[in-house]
Ligand binder design. Sequence first.
Ligand SMILES: [Zn+2]
Ligand SMILES: [Zn+2]
Length: 203
Amino acid sequence: MKVWQKYSQYLLSGEWHIHTDYTDGKGSVADYCRRAAELGIPLVAFTEHIRRNPGYDFQAYLEDIDRAREQYDLFILSGCEAKVLPDGTLDVEDNVLEQVDYPIFAFHSFPQDIDVYLDAFYHVLKNPRINTWAHPGIFLKRAGLHLQEGELCLIFKALSNSEVLIELNKRYNAPPDAWIDLARGQQVNFVRGSDCHCVEDLG
Ligand SMILES: [Zn+2]
Ligand SMILES: [Zn+2]
């Protein structure tokens, strides 16, 4: 069972993709929680960028989240956004994935090779900790790579079988419109993830 399944009624009303000033975002954990409470957003998931070497105090980030849970009447999930590596592993230590509620994966820098991409994609789905495919399709678009409809259907079927969500990402207008009906056809669930980098991106 994935963590998102406990909160499935909030997939579209919650905000499931937030960066803070621990990395390239502007607000603190508390700033986002305060604003979410004001706006009546019932759930926030913090998905800070992570690497095998995080470059910031990951434990302090988790402590901020614990403190916010005591202060705000919201569902507050800890999480991270991990980059897919060419061998299909994620650029994050396993113990980090185990410590957070809501790990999500994304393709950032990656080889421009559709076969390497597909192999890596299916490998990632085997990771039981992974909840969501973040900004789906953006890497492919930038790299000028395309997936055929048949390949997309297989991807969506695999997501559905693995109980991994597809993110509706306002910041990048992802996924492409054409993907949405195909994904629905395979009973994939969608989650709102706006890739917030400041509190104004909430709501
Ligand atoms: Zn990203
Ligand atoms: Zn992000």
